[in-house]
Design a protein around this ligand. Structure first.
Ligand code: FES
Length: 174
């Protein structure tokens, strides 16, 4: 079993490697040196990682209620946010996603008891790593919804989309 210290050590190493790689991409891209482009919504990519129990049911309900949420969002479901790995977030950003939103069940509602709380801790850590890599840490966020909150699901995605539009496009993608 990997202890907390050695796991932190591994992520520090990954972070150092990613930093080198990202610097390389930055240097290679002329556009990255001075982007101020207002990115049209259709060019924005948001990755929504969430659980099947609450997030997916809420998205289904939002569809039934004919609620609209930002077209830039791409939903990826997992059995529980307990499955969330920090590398999923880093990989999404590395591949050019402008933001990653993790959606789990409300505390106390997780089908696997504390999967969502563990995910929340990992998201907090991912935000720190992302900040150290020179990106705005607000590109990564976690929220909670219940299966009955189709309206909250749509509102959270729309709010996140507005926040990411405010921050601007992921410089790695330019
Ligand atoms: Fe939804 Fe665990 S089942 S976060």
């Amino acid at each position: 079993m990997v202890g907390a210290c050695s796991r932190t050590h591994v992520f520090v190493i990954i972070s150092a490697h990613l930093k080198d790689y990202m610097s390389h991409l930055f240097l290679r891209s002329n556009k990255a040196l001075g982007w101020t482009i207002d990115m049209p919504p259709k060019d924005m990519n948001l990755i929504i990682l969430g659980c099947m129990q609450c997030m997916y049911a809420a998205s289904d309900l939002a569809g039934t209620m004919k609620l609209q949420y930002d077209i830039a969002s791409r939903i990826i479901r997992m059995p529980c946010t307990a499955r969330l790995d920090i590398n999923f977030i880093l990989k999404a950003l590395q591949e050019g996603a402008d933001g990653v939103l993790v959606i789990g069940c409300h505390p106390g509602d997780c089908a696997y008891k504390t999967g969502n709380l563990g995910a929340e801790r990992r998201v907090r850590f991912a935000r720190k790593l992302v900040g150290q890599l020179g990106l705005n840490e607000d590109r990564v966020k976690m929220v909670f919804v219940s299966a009955a909150e189709g309206d909250k699901f749509a509102a959270e995605i729309n709010q996140f989309a507005d926040e990411i539009r405010e921050i601007g496009p992921n410089p790695i993608r330019l």
